[in-house]
Design a protein around this ligand. Sequence first.
Ligand SMILES: NC(=O)c1ccc[n+]([C@@H]2O[C@H](COP(=O)([O-])OP(=O)(O)OC[C@H]3O[C@@H](n4cnc5c(N)ncnc54)[C@H](O)[C@@H]3O)[C@@H](O)[C@H]2O)c1
Length: 318
Amino acid sequence: MSHNILKGKKGIIFGALNEQSIAWKAAVKAVEEGAEIVLTNTAMAVRLGTIKELAQQCNAPLIEADATSVADLENLTDKAMEHFGGKFDFVLHAVGMSPNIRKGKPYTDVNYDFFFKTLDISALSFHKLLQTLYKKDAVNEGGSIVALTYIAGDRAMLGYGDMADAKAMLQSVTRNFGLIMGRERKVRVNTISQSPTATTAGSGIAGMSRMLEFTDKISPIGNADAEDCADYITMLFSDYTRKVTMQNLYNDGGFSAIFLSALKNKQDEHTAGKNQGSCRAQEFGKAGWRPEAHRGPALQGQADRSRAAHPASGRRQF
Ligand SMILES: NC(=O)c1ccc[n+]([C@@H]2O[C@H](COP(=O)([O-])OP(=O)(O)OC[C@H]3O[C@@H](n4cnc5c(N)ncnc54)[C@H](O)[C@@H]3O)[C@@H](O)[C@H]2O)c1
């Protein structure tokens, strides 16, 4: 149901590759809520993905840009301003990729050329984008710029490789550029730290479906999916969050606030009254613990959708 909370607002959405993409859901939601949008992705993503269908559905121009190229970002900003007839109000940066993870290189044996690429695509691109928007004074006062991050940007985690360092940098750029954008332009800059989500970028990580299952069980209200993230992004684009800036905002069902918790399952529900604090976390540490054995129906659905969407996906990143 639409509440028209983005009525009259205009913005650019990066990173819609296919229907699973968080950016795809955000684009659809923004238009539903009354916004006009411009879509962008790399030439290769336009060729290999289905973003053209989204452009049609949203009645939005599609302008190709590699987010690591300042020239492309300048061209994109100029064309978007031309299309909108002036400044715009919001931007979503939903861009990430690690060649090391894609090629299965562990954190202890990274290729440093790849590492630079990871940082350039997944973090520096956000600085390049902000600097371009700043120099061109392209965003209206009260505007909102959002990038997507993951908890491995601020907590140690095995398996996320050099993307963890890229996300830490992305969050730092958000604070430092956010300070300038706020003081000088009254524009907000935030990151949303999203639950593991079944997308192309997410599903390539080794053990992704098990991670989805584990975090869904640990999070008090379960994982946030791509639609949940789109709702949060829409809210951050809207005037309802006009004083929220320079923040890393968790959209993860409470996962990030937990130190130790019980795994949720039917038995816990039954025993909750009798045996508060019966902590099944030990089970996670037990040799041979497999999340499959504890899988709930909601989660099974998301993991299955992930596998069905990307049956042969290699190692990628979220
Ligand atoms: N899926 C998850 O579990 C998860 C969790 C937390 C954060 N995120 C973040 O959400 C964002 C969106 O990812 P997603 O999960 O929707 O996956 P996705 O694969 O649908 O989106 C990633 C996008 O990045 C684009 N991209 C890659 N290199 C680019 C470049 N050089 N220039 C411009 N665009 C480029 C891809 O074309 C793709 O559209 C990423 O920043 C990702 O790290 C994802």
